[in-house]
Design a protein around this ligand. Structure first.
Ligand SMILES: *Cc1c(COP(=O)(O)O)cnc(C)c1O
Length: 333
């Protein structure tokens, strides 16, 4: 099966499984797991932050950040279609009594700082306290412009806001811009990175920030039940991924660009965009989008078809697979 639904479908490779099996472990609730500690240190160094905390998922890592930045009755400004607003079950509101103020993304995936400014609440008893700006990079495969990150930093400093980055795919952004990831992430007060997407681990995310911030996040992780014991077995996969799987993301971007280019010449498909490892396509053919997806599935290609089709490239998809996808689509259409 050629699975293009997401980069979360990647499976740990043999070497990754080997380092997992051989990992030195201890009880991480005592702070005793050397592999977890090494992963946290490595993630902090890479992102240009003082400290880091391993979390079982990106959703939990983002929630820890929101809870550590905001108190009950505070507000965060966030994209209408951002993961930290739309796709995390309303956790910040349910568990933190934190109010989201969602706004539409600009075309490039940024949040207009002009618009954010207008949404900041006055210091008055009518309003929640606006505390945080939460951004995402990449956002639906789009890398935020580097200049925007500096502008957002300056803006948050001027307005007394914290700045959180949902960096589930920030390594794709760094590879796209050909910069070190810390050139992006060190401008943030906090960043959550996912190890389980393009980096190919079975699970895990890391939240990075100042020592004080991570101390606070650690307490919240305990309250969310996210303390783990010999977690070095999974942290070892994360360490392996940070050491081996970042620079290879360029292959996924090249495969995505190749696929976008090939699909653009097929009648019945319209390529919407491709920047990093995702290709967005509109299906204009005679079958329903669902039937089109079913036909592909019968031929061994798994995609999610909604209003738009999102094809996600990752380490388990080769150029040959991409060729098979193109040939199969041509045959079906
Ligand atoms: C996947 C993802 C997350 C975290 O999701 P988990 O499935 O909880 O690891 C956060 N933000 C974005 C943009 C994501 O794509």
């Amino acid at each position: 099966m050629i699975d293009l639904r997401s980069d979360t479908v990647t499976k740990p490779c043999a070497q990754m499984r080997q380092v997992m099996a051989a990992a030195e472990v201890g009880d991480d609730v005592f702070g005793d797991d050397p592999t977890v500690n090494a992963l946290q240190q490595k993630a902090a160094e890479l992102t240009g932050h003082e400290a880091a905390l391993f979390a079982p998922s990106g959703t939990q890592s983002n929630l820890l950040a929101l809870l550590a930045h905001c108190q009950r009755g505070d507000e965060y400004i966030v994209g209408q279609d951002a993961h930290t607003y739309k796709y995390e079950g309303g956790g910040a509101a349910v568990l933190g009594s934190i109010q989201p103020q969602p706004i539409e993304f600009e075309k490039d995936g940024s949040l207009s700082l002009e618009l954010v400014k207008r949404k900041i609440k006055p210091n008055d008893h009518h309003y929640a306290r606006t505390r945080l700006l939460s951004i995402e990079n990449t956002v639906s495969g789009k890398p935020l412009p580097m200049a925007y990150l500096s502008d957002a930093r300056k803006f948050c400093d001027e307005h007394g806001l914290g700045l959180h980055l949902d960096g589930a795919r920030v390594f794709n952004a760094a590879v796209y811009h050909q910069v070190a990831v810390k050139d992006i992430t060190s401008k943030m007060d906090s960043v959550s990175i996912c190890l389980s997407k393009g980096l190919g681990t079975p699970l895990g995310s890391v939240l990075c920030g100042s020592k004080e911030f991570i101390h606070e996040a650690h307490k919240w992780r305990k309250m969310l039940g996210g303390g783990m014991r010999q977690a070095g077995i999974v942290a070892a996969a994360g360490l392996y991924a940070l050491e081996n799987n970042i620079s290879r993301l360029v292959e996924d971007h090249e495969n995505a660009a190749w696929l976008a280019n090939e699909l653009a010449s097929i009648e019945g498909l319209k390529v919407i965009n491709q920047f990093t490892n995702m290709v967005f396509v509109e299906y204009l053919g005679e079958l329903t989008a669902a039937d089109f997806a079913n036909r592909l599935f019968e031929q061994g290609i798994n995609i999610c078809a909604g209003e738009q089709i999102r094809l996600v490239l990752h380490k388990d998809i080769s150029r040959q697979d991409c060729q098979t996808v193109v040939d199969t689509i041509k045959r079906i259409l």
